[in-house]
Design a protein around this ligand. Structure first.
Ligand SMILES: Cc1ncc(C[n+]2csc(CCOP(=O)(O)OP(=O)(O)O)c2C)c(N)n1
Length: 278
């Protein structure tokens, strides 16, 4: 079991990452609040607890890799990379501007980003290629990839999924951010994929479930996945889209919605309250 002190630190970090996301979106502009905030705890665990990755080793062949296949949630990854010192905080203010470093979707020009994503469905294939190459090199590094639940409708995912099982890749951990809402509404109303866990199991993967807003549960799942030999693992994170913001939770309007003065202030106030409660 992870120490309470560590869990609290990770929860505090998740609040901080959410704050950065809100500030990056700002007032009067659209931003992917929903799918970014559902990943705050997972990002905190991966970047600040589990992954061997830092601004000093990010070109080391033996670093761990994270591919954010649901690249539209880049803001939460930028917040984590910034907190780890990959680039100055000033860059957060210039996000999504032509002169800035941080573009609307992950790009290889950004320190710490491992793959260009944004066109959904491709990240697992990229991550599989990395995992196979690392295995050839006998590297201890691990590859993590985060997909969305809406993204599961992309056929390429299932091709890569079978490839990973066929090649018995066990240095790859996939996540599904099961926040149950995609861009325009509930995922089940848009493209329903029932029994996601059974499908992944049938495709030859170890399937693990975790509470996506509980760092302890995520850590346990990640550690369990690393003990699995001879096949890849997928962690289905039970999450809430827009987590942490009462007006955005489960609300597709904040998939890529605009914050006005009122919702912006409310978001920051709710983050202050969340921090005070920890
Ligand atoms: C190939 C492709 N088709 C459509 C889109 C447009 N799009 C961006 S986000 C999104 C919804 C994704 O839903 P989900 O994977 O559940 O993401 P989350 O709710 O976690 O943000 C869509 C359809 C895209 N980026 N790529």
């Amino acid at each position: 079991m992870t120490e309470d002190r560590v869990i609290r630190e990770l929860r505090l970090l998740a609040v901080k990452l959410r704050r950065d996301v809100v500030e990056m979106i700002g007032v009067g502009a659209a931003g992917h609040l929903g799918g970014s905030s559902s990943l705050a705890e997972a990002m905190a665990v991966l970047y600040f607890h589990r992954m061997n990755i830092s601004k000093d080793n990010y070109r080391d062949p033996n670093r761990d890799r994270l591919v954010l296949s649901k690249g539209h949630a880049a803001l939460i990854q930028y917040a984590a990379l910034c907190e780890k010192g990959f680039f100055p905080r000033e860059e957060l203010k210039r996000v999504k501007t032509l002169d800035g470093l941080l573009q609307g979707h992950p790009d290889l020009s950004i320190p710490g980003i491992e793959a260009v994503t944004g066109s959904l469905g491709q990240g697992l294939s990229v991550a599989l290629g990395m995992a196979l190459a690392l295995r050839l090199d006998k590297s201890p590094a691990r590859v993590f990839v985060i997909m969305g639940d809406g993204e599961q409708s992309e056929g390429q995912i299932w091709e890569a999924s079978q490839g990973a099982a066929n090649f018995q890749v066990d240095n790859l951990t996939a996540f599904i951010d099961w926040n149950k809402v995609q861009a325009t509404g509930p995922t089940r109303d848009t493209f329903n994929i029932p029994a996601l866990d059974e499908k992944w199991r049938a495709f030859g993967w170890e399937v693990i479930r975790a509470e996506g807003h509980d760092p302890g549960s995520i850590i346990e799942a990640v550690e369990k996945a690393e003990l699995v030999k001879g096949r890849p693992s997928v962690i289905i994170l039970d999450t809430v889209k827009g987590k942490g913001f009462s007006f955005a939770e489960g609300n597709a309007a904040y998939h890529n919605g605009i914050l006005d003065e009122g919702t912006y202030k409310q978001a920051l106030a709710e983050l202050d309250a969340a921090k005070a409660a920890l």
